[in-house]
Design a protein around this ligand. Structure first.
Ligand SMILES: Cc1ncc(COP(=O)(O)O)c(C=O)c1O
Length: 503
């Protein structure tokens, strides 16, 4: 039997809609993209959604709109895909890598606090030469020793070595980018608390997390971060939210001298979406869970448009900037120019990008979106079957179900207990391949890739958890439409390989 890692589930409705699009005469961004944006925004509970040709584009536009500048720092997990960090590099800023939780694989906020401390304060770009990275490492080592000598560690908001001014070369850390690995959401309240404490914006890499939610038992309008301090806290609807965003921007000027320039000159606007929160307990990913939430519709994601992405936000200004920059920085897009009686004319108001989604892709997305929860439940069913079938296999550590989340189950990542096996993870994958089972690894952590090692001098010991755990990871096939024979076959092969190579 052959079981692929992933098989997309595309129905007749997707096919018919694509054909209708092709016959319509309008192929690029138009009415179907507008509809997809509207319906997606509603599905996640976000006031604004901008459809794009990838999640990478969404992440890039989000950090651009927030005003990320060269040399500034952004905390993000080492356990992620290339995209999360590369968009920070696009703007000449510095990804400050953070270790992961050993169970969920999500970013560890304690380590994020450590990475803000004196030991790591100057992980700025060192140039792309190993030699420079080595010099930087030695300098960091010396500083660490000095700090230890003083018995001092700048925890809790200290990004400075001496509790005073920033060290020369230190990156000003302005943002954090949590990733909901595999579709299991992080503790959003903890991220928000961390971000508020350190004056950071939050851009959520939600590539895996649609549809997903987390149980925010504490969620109260009055508890929505900055909203509690004076912005709209009364749930006045979308208009009120937009006003709230403006108040937020104004108020940021007076807060700790952290005012940034341009559209990014605001504190976290997470709090501005509280009126969109339809249920006080279950908070959907994108429903005010970050300043901008970025979703992926890549071929194997929970819903697909072939390639595609969406940036969801509660902040009208951020949405407007992302929309503008998604299409060359033109004052009006082609659909506006040719459809609604607008002028043919446009103005280039910024050097933007070419990130718009096509109507052909949106045609697929509209119908995938309509079936999203149904497909999520099918994934959940596959996960349940694996959890049951492999429960007593002592060579395998199963992924957490997550008690307080609605899990998107984009991935089903097991961890091998290598001490109970005579083969490595890579050999295990070879065995699965021979058995006809497709699988993958999510991921080789960023700090173990040459670019990040050479540019920033990160060492494996800076990330003890990710460095060890990634060698044990295997992502098993999980997709809607996976038949029970396929699930049973994968579980049987897993058990067989464990049995044949048990220590
Ligand atoms: C965590 C994460 N972020 C971002 C992306 C990029 O998504 P896209 O391919 O839509 O740009 C991926 C893609 O797999 C991902 O896994």
């Amino acid at each position: 039997m052959q079981v692929p890692f992933f098989r997309p589930q595309l129905g007749e409705q997707e096919i018919d809609e694509v054909v209708a699009t092709l016959r319509s005469g309008w192929l690029t961004s138009g009415a179907r993209v507008k509809r997809f944006e509207r319906e997606f925004a509603e599905a996640v509970g976000a006031p604004h959604a901008v459809a794009l040709n990838s999640c990478t584009a969404a992440l890039h536009l989000a950090v651009e709109a927030l005003g990320l500048k060269p040399g500034q720092g952004v905390l993000l997990p080492t356990m992620t895909f290339a995209a999360t960090a590369e968009v920070v590099r696009y703007l000449g800023a510095v990804p400050i890598l953070v270790d992961c939780d050993p169970i969920s694989l999500n970013m560890n906020l304690d380590d994020a606090a450590r990475k803000l401390s004196a030991d790591y304060a100057d992980y700025t770009e060192t140039g792309s030469r190993k030699q420079k990275a080595e010099g930087r490492r030695q300098k960091a080592e010396g500083r660490k020793q000095r700090a230890e000598g003083r018995g001092q560690k700048a925890e809790g908001g200290g990004r400075t070595a001496d509790g005073g001014g920033k060290e020369a070369g230190a990156a000003e850390v302005v943002g954090i980018m949590p990733v909901h690995v595999g579709g299991m959401m992080m503790d959003v309240a903890a991220v928000k608390e961390f971000a508020t404490k350190h004056s950071l914006w939050v851009v959520e890499d939600a590539a895996h997390a649609f549809p997903a939610a987390w149980k925010n038992c504490e969620l109260r309008i009055a508890d929505c971060g900055l909203a509690a301090q004076g912005a709209k806290g009364d749930g006045q609807g979308a208009k009120g939210d937009e006003q709230g965003a403006k108040v937020e921007g104004e108020r940021a000027k007076g807060m700790g001298g952290q005012q940034r320039q341009g559209i990014g000159a605001r504190k976290s606007a997470i709090s501005n979406q509280q009126s969109a929160i339809s249920n006080p307990v279950w908070q959907r990913c994108g429903e005010g869970t970050a300043d901008v939430s970025c979703f992926s519709f890549y071929a194997n994601k929970t819903i697909t448009t072939g390639e595609g992405g969406m940036a969801a936000t509660g902040d009208a200004d951020l949405a407007a900037r992302m929309r503008l920059m998604s299409l060359h920085g033109l004052s009006q897009d082609a659909w506006e120019r040719y459809s609604g009686g607008s002028s043919w004319d446009y103005r280039i108001v910024a050097p933007g990008f070419k990130y718009n989604l096509t109507d052909i892709a949106a045609a697929i997305g509209i119908h995938q979106l309509a079936r999203a929860e149904e497909m999520r439940q099918e994934r959940e069913g596959v996960a349940r079957s694996y959890l049951e079938a492999l429960a007593d296999c002592e060579q395998i550590e199963l992924p957490p179900k997550g008690a307080s989340v609605i899990h998107a189950w984009h991935l089903f990542a097991i961890k091998l207990r290598l001490e109970r096996l005579t083969i490595s993870r890579d050999q295990f994958i070879e065995e699965l391949k021979k058995a006809g089972v497709g699988c993958s690894v999510h991921w080789r952590p960023l700090h173990l890739h040459p670019y990040y090692q050479e540019t920033f001098g990160w060492r494996p010991e800076d990330f003890p958890v990710a460095t060890k755990v990634w060698e044990r990871l295997i992502s098993l096939p999980i997709f809607p439409g996976m038949i029970s024979e396929e699930i049973e076959y994968v579980a049987e092969m897993m058990r067989g390989i464990c049995e044949a190579h048990r220590r």
